[in-house]
Design a protein around this ligand. Structure first.
Ligand code: HEC
Ligand code: HEC
Length: 257
């Protein structure tokens, strides 16, 4: 059993349990038993014993954590983000995303007022390669988990600047897709996940309103073409959209507020 950096299999198991308690997907006792290294032994006795131990531990951890989680939301169980450190670490991002997170370059996304959990997820996935982008993978490589948290919460605290739709001819089509989807191709309304005004829904669904149309369109094309593969829901939404529809809904979103 290989253990690195002083981290034991037990602490990793506990980390999984803790993450489970915060509502992520890894709550399955099987997965935890596997992460503890017992699955390959194929000994029923051990697996069963470990499973009941893990279930016990899980319920203990859950009842311990649930008080604070209910009181102050999922972030309460982790250290408070340091906004001043976030602002300082963001210095190397300003050239592309602007000092207040409202990038003025259409290919660089606006980040201000975005949900912090979404930003953290993206930075982690740029770092791991799950979301592929040469520039951002390089930028995220040097960030620690704490840097990502601090930067993301700082960005979330900045006010997003509204944008404008530019193409009068396609606004109606864009609005129709955003609000009603494309029923005959089973494309769900964007509003159902990203909310009617595009503010998104914390913490799962990112804010879209006011985003540069070029950036939004590029992401929809990347989802459709399998270049961005970090979310199945969006791959399915974009799969059946044509270029005209992508352009129309992206332009509409830029003006949404
Ligand atoms: C050289 C320009 C450049 C720099 C510097 C840069 N970025 Fe980016 N960033 C981009 C581009 C371009 C994208 C869009 C990537 C894509 O198309 O997937 C992006 C995307 C992102 C996203 C995803 C946003 C979303 O809505 O999904 C985040 C988060 C982000 N950058 C954060 C940062 C942070 C934090 C830093 C500093 C540590 C940084 N960026 C530095 C160019 C840059
Ligand atoms: C079933 C829910 C759902 C629906 C419907 C949906 N989305 Fe999304 N969308 C998501 C989720 C979840 C993400 C975050 C993906 C991730 O974590 O990387 C996302 C991300 C995005 C992004 C990337 C944002 C960024 O900053 O990079 C764009 C653009 C987007 N959606 C546009 C749309 C449009 C346009 C529609 C309607 C045609 C739509 N979405 C419909 C769930 C949905």
């Amino acid at each position: 059993m290989v253990t690195g950096g002083g981290e034991t299999e037990e602490t990793r198991g506990l980390e999984l349990i803790n993450r489970g308690a915060l509502g992520r997907q890894e709550t399955d006792a099987d997965l935890i038993v596997e992460s503890l290294g017992f699955a390959p032994l194929s000994s029923n006795f051990w697996t069963t014993t470990m499973k009941s131990l893990v279930s016990l531990l899980m319920s203990a951890t859950l009842s311990l954590v649930s008080g604070s989680v209910l009181a102050a939301g999922p972030a309460a169980a982790v250290a408070k983000p340091d906004l001043a450190k976030g602002e300082a670490a963001y210095a190397m991002c300003i050239a592309c995303h602007a000092a207040d997170g409202n990038s003025t370059t259409p290919v660089n996304p606006k980040l201000a007022q975005q949900h912090p959990e979404y930003l953290i997820k993206q930075l982690q996935e740029f770092k791991s390669g799950k979301r592929a982008n040469a520039v951002m993978s390089g930028m995220a490589a040097g960030l620690s988990d704490a840097d990502m948290r601090n930067i993301s919460f700082w960005l979330a605290s900045k006010q997003a600047k509204p944008g404008f739709a530019k193409d009068k001819d396609t606004v109606a089509l864009g609005e129709r897709i955003y609000r009603g989807g494309i029923p005959d191709r089973q494309i769900a309304a964007c509003a159902s996940c990203h909310s009617p005004n595009g503010a998104g829904m914390p913490s799962q669904y990112p804010r879209l309103s006011g985003q540069h149309a070029d950036y939004t369109a590029s992401q929809l094309v990347q989802f459709r073409d399998g270049v961005r593969k970090n979310n199945l829901q969006m791959t399915q939404v974009a799969a059946k959209m044509n270029d005209r529809e992508i352009k129309a809904v992206s332009d509409y979103i830029a003006g949404l507020r």
